[in-house]
Design a protein around this ligand. Structure first.
Ligand SMILES: [Fe+2]
Length: 306
């Protein structure tokens, strides 16, 4: 069983099972992988831990989507490190670039990712899951801000039109809205006005899933659910007052876990890579008594909702 990745007129097949009724996507973002010779390889260690956590996660995670800033500088040696870490991943990994990436170096190392080859932009779709997945490349090489230029806009417009009856999720690096942290908003997405109008004209878009800001943010945008995933490396300070310029804090690395089911639609969670230091495993006596209570409560609620 395979799913299809479509890029322009080409279709590529990846060895990932088709998930019929429900599936789990781990969205990892802003990993900022560095070369092994770097003095601070903490980002690499954090991604290794994240992949380990994803591999062990129950229920099984079906797919990893990496929403950009895969590496810190876009160097080939950084992509080599990334490739080595990804080689340990059980789920398949699909990538889009962020402003810290360089397409040429990325494909030099990930030459097995056929869907990225010979294309100006890394825009592609996955079409044979219960949800249509669109991967939108917002990178403008060498610039921190992103853009949906005319070419990418027209590509997206066509894909949305052709799949207007399917629930759809769009992945991109730069979020198409302001988050309130002024210096991050200053390096936002050009072309967002046109994008908003386009998205608003569809009712089948389940979510827009982005990265770039290095913290988890939710917003209703263009009539749909917009979500920014945290970084697997470091988070940016929640500073709406504008006093903490370029401030990176000690909040823990995390990823987003998107759970899709035919009955319940999309539910998005934040999953921390490590347990909090204050974590205490609760030990409850008579646990079966409590289990019975919760089972009864669930049955009662299900009956009420019928
Ligand atoms: Fe980043």
């Amino acid at each position: 069983m395979f799913f299809s990745i479509n890029h322009y007129n080409q279709i590529f097949h990846k060895k990932v099972p088709i998930m019929k009724k429900e599936f789990f996507i781990a969205q990892i973002s802003d990993m900022h992988i560095v070369g092994n010779e770097s003095l601070n390889i903490l980002n690499n260690i954090q991604l290794e831990k994240t992949i380990k956590k994803i591999n062990k996660f129950k229920p099984k995670i079906d797919l990893i989507v990496a929403t950009g800033d895969l590496t810190d500088n876009g160097y080939t040696n950084e992509y080599k490190v990334l490739q080595k870490i990804f080689s340990k991943s059980v789920p398949d990994v699909l990538m889009i670039p962020g402003n810290h990436d360089k397409r040429k170096n990325l494909i030099k190392i990930f030459s097995n990712q056929e869907y990225l080859l010979n294309n100006k932009f890394f825009c592609y779709t996955v079409s044979n899951l219960p949800v249509f997945l669109i991967f939108l490349d917002t990178l403008v090489e060498g610039k921190p801000g992103g853009e949906i230029c005319k070419e990418r806009f027209l590509w997206l417009k066509e894909r949305l039109f052709q799949n207007k009856d399917k629930p759809t999720i769009i992945f991109l690096h730069h979020p198409p809205f302001n988050c309130g942290i002024w210096w991050m908003d200053a390096i936002g997405l050009k072309g967002r006005k046109e994008l908003k109008k386009l998205i608003e004209s569809y009712t089948n878009i389940e979510a827009i899933l982005a990265g770039h800001i290095h913290r988890s943010i939710q917003k209703k945008w263009a009539g749909t659910f917009a979500h920014i995933a945290p970084s697997t490396a470091h988070q940016i300070e929640l500073d709406i007052s504008g006093n903490k310029f370029l401030h990176i804090n000690d909040e823990p690395p995390a990823f987003s876990l998107h759970h899709w089911s035919a009955d319940n639609g999309l539910t998005s969670h934040i999953c921390y890579t490590e347990k909090s230091k204050s974590y205490v495993n609760s030990k409850i006596k008579d646990i079966n008594k409590y289990r019975e209570f919760f089972i009864k409560a669930k049955l009662e609620l299900d009956k009420f909702e019928k």
